[in-house]
Design a protein around this ligand. Structure first.
Ligand code: 6PG
Length: 248
């Protein structure tokens, strides 16, 4: 699978349409792989509606839960039940009701520090993958969900931070966040996140318009550096879309 580098932008009317479009893409990727499937989830508020949708009957019944594994692209270094915990939000929204516990793979935050959590999660990912080197022809994930922050960060890869330059490690600790919530983070790196058949960004709301304008202008921001070895797709709603591209 060659790196395409190309990004496709899909425009939808509103957050409800966005969640549905993302769910359809997720389902298509699951259906395309008759073996074990790996999905890397994201935190923040953007994916909540998608997660809640997946737990509703029409979607829930279409997912072969036993063979789908759920990971997370970054975590806030807080307890697993803390309201700020990204995986806790995904668990509450759909995983606990739908997925076998053994298929849920949270970033551990009961470690002495974020670096140790990163090392442990890297081992978890490498053991799942069956190798400690990523092979572009055999992506780690089927789908990686992503969001973009007001400063252009994605996962917990903040602009100008050393984590963005990492080429060897799959997961790193981030001692300080660049935006709220100001808690240390643990994040997958660009090579690990990019090892996927599809990277899917969800962007909705007028508060995202300023950063989306910068991203689409090609500014050197983490969200622009994150690319899949497969397809990179941004699903964007009307409110987030810059006016010159048809936003209202
Ligand atoms: C986190 C996220 C982060 C998020 C963006 C967008 O831990 O905060 O993983 O990268 O995706 O900040 O967040 P919103 O969806 O809340 O705007």
């Amino acid at each position: 699978m060659a790196a395409s580098g190309h990004r496709q932008v899909i425009t939808v009317s509103d957050p409800t349409a966005l969640a549905k479009a993302a769910a359809e893409r997720l389902l298509a990727r699951i259906d395309a792989n008759s073996d074990r499937v790996a999905i890397c989830l994201t935190g923040g508020s953007s994916p909540k509606q998608l997660y809640q949708l997946l737990a509703t009957a029409p979607w829930r019944s279409k997912i072969p839960w036993d063979r789908v594994h759920w990971f997370i692209g970054d975590e806030r270094f807080v307890g697993s039940a803390d309201p700020l915990n990204n995986m806790a939000m995904a668990r509450r929204s759909f995983l606990d009701a739908c997925a076998p516990a053994a298929n849920i793979h949270p970033i551990p935050t009961d470690t002495v520090n974020p670096d140790e959590a990163a090392r442990r999660y890297e081992r978890i990912l490498q053991s799942f993958y069956g190798a400690d080197r990523l092979d572009a022809s055999r992506p780690l994930f089927d789908v990686v969900l992503m969001g973009v922050g007001p400063d252009g960060h994605t996962a917990s890869l903040f602009p100008g931070y050393p984590a963005i330059e990492e080429t060897q490690r799959w997961v790193v600790g981030v001692p300080e966040a660049h935006v709220e919530p100001f808690v240390p983070r643990v994040t997958l790196t660009l090579p690990a996140l990019g090892s996927c058949r599809e990277m899917l960004f969800e962007v909705a709301g007028s508060e995202k318009r300023a950063i989306l304008t910068r991203v689409l202008a090609g500014e050197n921001l983490p969200a622009n550096q994150a690319r899949a070895v497969g397809e990179t797709i941004w699903i964007v709603d009307q409110a987030a879309l810059p006016e010159n591209l048809g936003g209202r």
